[in-house]
Design a protein around this ligand. Structure first.
Ligand code: ADP
Ligand code: GLC
Length: 490
């Protein structure tokens, strides 16, 4: 199949979070199955700085955005290792900026215009293709306009005549809601500026466009597919999602075994696998030294890697940390985000010798934390899928998570009687439940080394790889191109 994937980020060309991992990994694994996979991305400054060997696909390309015309270039890059083709939309005014979406926690004021342009550029560039597209897979609000342009736009390139659209919701909390005054840029018929179209509480919602006009919707875990149909986690779109539930599936993300594998990881000082955890102790020692903690293997080391945002629960973590840190344990958190929570964590880091907060986005350190810690926490209020708990499982690091979304789908409570399970999850979301889950993990670590090792091994032997999960997308695309739309929650 000819698959066109459209996203605002993909690893390693641009990344702020798991969306980039998911889009990059899924694309490469689809290509491995033999599909022709092409990915459209903005050409950000961080992408340009990679000095890729690109060729020009379209020069001086005029993109019609409603009543405005914007000129750009389309660059093409073939990734030799995967044979995935990347198309970068190079429009300096919109994308040659220090960050992807915001600076100092303030969104770029023209984000609506930037991504409306990106969607129009994507649709219009397909007229240069010498093949017909079978599937257009759009990710998150930044690409939400595309299904609407394809269904209702004035001029659709002939290469898209047969194309079916899939829209994946990675996080329904981020909706791309902007003033209706931007509608004139969309290129959509004026009657869609209404509640049966893009209007959402007097604004224009780009995620709503994706939800309404795509042929099929997916989200990134089965549990999240149910949760977004509830008022608690639907962020105002729950009724609409419920209405569309017959075209919705929750497909769990995978992880890329070639990038996240403790047996080969180039960021680690030592390598280990499920049959031999010996060298994990050296990874721990290395991390302890790096953090200026005493390199004692018996002191439990807890880690967290996250966007520091309300969604991720780190405000709650900060509030209970002083109590937790009075115990004989060490903790390291790597992340950036909300300045208020960052400040709280920095203050605690200054005061407590056994806690380090590293305010950075650091890939190498993220691998060392996943490998070097004994326990890994993911205390998110909600989590559509979450990748770090799956990295932790693969690296023999015990996950402590809130039982929500993909965390609930991937972590199973350990059972001291049967020796089954791979971690601990808590519910409801509260500081008391979080603390008591941590205590459960710490108690097991200290009191029952045999069971501890068994639970770690259970997690390491599970298969969370994309190799295993990509087939669900393959089947979905195949059914869509055969016009046999799959049913709910496959
Ligand atoms: P989300 O996309 O909601 O932020 P995920 O768990 O899906 O959460 O993905 C987060 C991704 O970003 C993971 O690959 C994680 O390792 C990475 N990440 C998050 N914060 C940092 C950081 N400060 N440094 C390095 N990697 C990070
Ligand atoms: C979003 C979600 C996260 C998910 C990621 C990749 O960022 O918040 O849970 O893992 O997308 O799908």
């Amino acid at each position: 199949m000819h698959i066109l994937t459209v996203s605002s980020e993909a690893y390693p060309y641009s990344k702020t979070g798991g969306l980039a991992d998911m889009v990059g990994d899924l694309s490469r694994h689809l290509a491995k199955l033999g599909h022709d996979v092409r990915v459209v991305l903005p050409y950000y400054r961080c992408t340009r700085e990679k000095n890729l060997d690109t060729e020009i696909h379209a020069e001086d390309f005029k993109v019609i955005c409603g009543d405005k015309t914007v000129t750009c270039r389309i660059l093409k890059f073939i990734e030799e290792s995967s044979s995935v083709r990347f198309y970068f939309v190079d429009q300096k005014g919109y994308f040659d900026r220090p960050e992807l979406y915001n600076e100092n926690n303030v969104d770029y004021p023209d984000n609506a215009e930037r991504f409306i342009f990106f969607c129009n550029a994507t649709v219009q560039m397909t007229k240069y293709f010498d093949f017909d597209v079978d599937i257009i897979h759009c990710h998150d609000w930044q690409t939400g306009l595309i299904p609407a342009l394809i269904k209702t736009g004035f001029s659709k390139p002939s290469t898209l005549k047969e194309a079916k659209t899939v829209f994946t919701i990675h996080n329904i909390g981020y909706q791309g809601n902007y003033a209706m005054s931007n509608f004139h840029l969309t290129g959509l018929p004026p009657d869609l500026a209404s509640t049966s179209g893009l209007e959402f509480y007097q604004n224009m919602s780009l995620i709503k466009s994706g939800i309404i006009f795509s042929d099929f919707l997916t989200t990134v875990s089965p549990r999240y597919a149910s949760e977004i149909q509830t008022p608690e986690l639907g962020f105002g779109l729950n009724s609409l999602i419920k209405e569309k539930r017959n075209k919705l599936a929750g497909i769990l993300n995978g992880i890329d075994d070639s990038h996240w594998n403790p047996m080969t990881d180039p960021f680690l000082c030592c390598h280990y696998g499920p049959e031999d955890l010996e060298e994990k102790t050296n990874c721990k020692k290395n991390l302890q030294n790096k953090m200026n903690f005493p390199p004692d293997p018996d002191i439990p080391l807890i880690g967290g890697i996250s966007r520091i945002a309300h969604q991720k629960g780190y405000d709650m973590v900060a509030s209970v940390l002083p109590g937790i840190l009075s115990n004989d344990l060490q903790m390291v958190i790597l992340g950036t985000g909300d300045p208020q929570i960052e400040n709280q964590l920095e203050n605690i880091s200054r005061r407590c010798h056994n806690f380090k907060f590293i305010k950075a986005f650091d890939e190498s350190l993220s691998h060392q934390i996943i490998a070097g810690c004994d326990i890994f926490m993911v205390p998110s209020r909600y989590e559509p899928c979450g990748l770090t708990q799956m990295f932790a499982l693969k690296y023999g690091t015990f996950p402590v998570v809130h039982a929500t979304g993909g965390l609930d789908d991937t972590v199973k409570n350990f059972d001291p009687v049967t020796g089954t399970g791979n971690g601990v999850k808590f519910t409801p979301f509260s500081d008391i439940e979080f603390t008591s889950a941590l205590v459960k993990a710490l108690t097991l670590f200290e009191r029952d080394k045999a069971l501890w090792k068994r639970v770690l091994k259970n997690g390491m032997l599970e298969n969370h790889s994309w190799e295993h999960r990509v087939i669900q997308y393959h089947n979905l695309y195949r059914d869509m191109t055969r016009n046999s739309l799959p049913c709910q929650n496959r």
